[in-house]
Design a protein around this ligand. Structure first.
Ligand code: MN
Length: 299
């Protein structure tokens, strides 16, 4: 069975609206990272609120980790490319996130957790994506799922592109995380694309309303426009895709191969009020979140 035959062909690929360079910063107890999706892009990339990329082989950059801190009102998706991180939260969940695995945490009405490196040397590389919850679900029961590397569906196309389907659906393959769309209106697609050296193109159909972006973490890729043109996306750059078209067509730039995340979701179009680790719809709800945290009602 060739998974490529099971997808709608992309007839009018989306172009690149904007290229974004992430901002170097530190978070947690001083973890060095690049904030790729920053707060000023939350409206444009609704329902996504943040994307961080951490990548270092220097323990001084990551060793202090993310000690106990609260969250409310959204989901955090941590994807570890290389390294080990232990997660513990006030709902009693504990898990070890490592090499190619994903932790999908629904903060909902709130919890307190820690995310701590479980290594003293070597490379720590990965991503944390924040996905908003609709207003009606912001105070839902917290949830948590550890997805090991081998639980993430993966296929390789005839063009030698390997696709890891973390959530959503690609070429007829359902992701590790999927919920009925009436329960999960953001309908998130999260793909990790590996272009082997010399690989051909990869196309993914996308509903035009869904906001989408590409982030390159090895090599460089090109976004093809369908008229023979291409926009290059360099290493560690994010390409925000236009909403005109029925999908996206990508290839590695040059012959050395590349790796990139392709992330898309249906916008909620609700007000976004953020204060640090709380993301609600109004200022009053943020004040309530802070009061609940200080009064010990978050965990
Ligand atoms: Mn956290």
């Amino acid at each position: 069975m060739n998974p490529e035959t099971q997808d709608h062909p992309v007839l009018q690929p989306r172009g690149v609206e904007r290229l974004v360079t992430g901002q170097p910063t530190r978070d947690g107890a001083g973890v060095k990272l690049t904030r790729v999706l920053t707060q000023d892009l939350q409206q444009r990339l609704d329902p996504f609120l943040m994307l961080d990329n951490f990548a270092s082989d220097d323990p001084d950059d990551y060793g202090a980790g993310f000690p106990d801190h609260p969250h409310r009102g959204f989901e955090t998706v941590t994807y570890m490319i290389d390294g080990r991180m232990r997660h513990k939260d006030s709902a009693g969940h504990e898990g070890l996130l490592q090499n190619g695995g994903v932790q999908w945490m629904t903060a909902g009405r709130g919890l307190i957790h820690s995310e701590m490196p479980e290594q003293e040397a070597g490379v720590m590389e990965g991503f944390q994506l924040w996905l908003n919850l609709p207003a009606r679900d912001k105070l839902c029961q917290p949830g948590y799922r550890d997805i090991q590397r081998e639980e993430i569906p993966e296929f390789t196309t005839a063009a030698q592109v390997t696709v890891r389907v973390i959530s959503g659906e690609s070429h007829g393959v359902s992701g590790a995380m999927h919920r009925p769309v009436d329960q999960w209106p953001t309908d998130p697609l999260y793909l990790d694309l590996h272009f082997a050296p010399g690989a051909g193109t990869f196309s993914q159909s996308l509903p035009p309303v869904n906001n989408a972006f590409v982030y390159v973490y090895r090599g460089a890729v090109e976004v093809l426009d369908g008229a023979g043109g291409a926009t290059a996306v360099a290493l560690h750059r994010m390409a925000i895709l236009s909403n005109t078209g029925d999908g996206v067509t990508l290839r590695a730039q040059g012959s050395a191969g590349a790796r990139a995340l392709l992330i898309a979701g249906r916008p909620l179009r609700e007000p976004i009020a953020q204060h640090g680790p709380f993301v609600m719809n109004t200022r009053e709800q943020l004040v309530q979140a802070m009061q609940d945290f200080h009064n010990g009602r978050l965990g």
